[in-house]
Ligand binder design. Structure first.
Ligand SMILES: Nc1nc2c(c(=O)[nH]1)N=C([C@H](O)[C@@H](O)CO)CN2
Length: 126
């Protein structure tokens, strides 16, 4: 049976990250915009009871940390960005599972948006 905490999440939508990203030479020279959606699972009944941020998955801490994390990195693929992001959240917060969507809205002029989505879990981490 599914427990309640598996249904609880803390979410961040369209977190704007400016970073070096892309497979082409020119993309390794100029920062581009990525938008990151995050869903981090957490039993939100605990912080709701204590009313204490220490018991919560802090969306401010995650948002500022992820923006900082990609300020000085140079990756080619958004798949790598998604993986690094998932890893960071699973390592630095109480969240046990995360779903990460990374989109690169300015990449394809004929498309409104393109991107990748991954789901990762602490349990399956090596
Ligand atoms: N699955 C992916 N496909 C592509 C990526 C990517 O990161 N993941 N990147 C590019 C280029 O960098 C593109 O964004 C340039 O417009 C192409 N395909």
């Amino acid at each position: 049976m599914q427990s309640f905490d598996e249904n609880d999440i803390v979410f961040i939508k369209s977190l704007e990250v400016h970073t070096i990203i892309g497979i082409y030479d020119w993309e390794q020279e100029t920062k581009q915009k990525l938008l990151i959606d995050i869903e981090a699972s957490h039993d939100n009944t605990v912080p709701a009871k204590t009313d204490n941020i220490e018991d919560a998955v802090d969306y401010e801490f995650i948002s500022t940390s992820i923006v900082k994390l990609f300020q000085n990195t140079k990756y080619q693929l958004i798949e790598t960005v998604a993986e690094v992001c998932a890893n960071w959240i699973l390592t630095h917060t109480k969240s046990k599972t995360v779903k990460i969507t990374v989109s690169k809205p300015d990449a394809i002029s004929a498309a409104m948006n393109v991107g990748v989505q991954i789901a990762r879990s602490k349990i399956n981490k090596n």
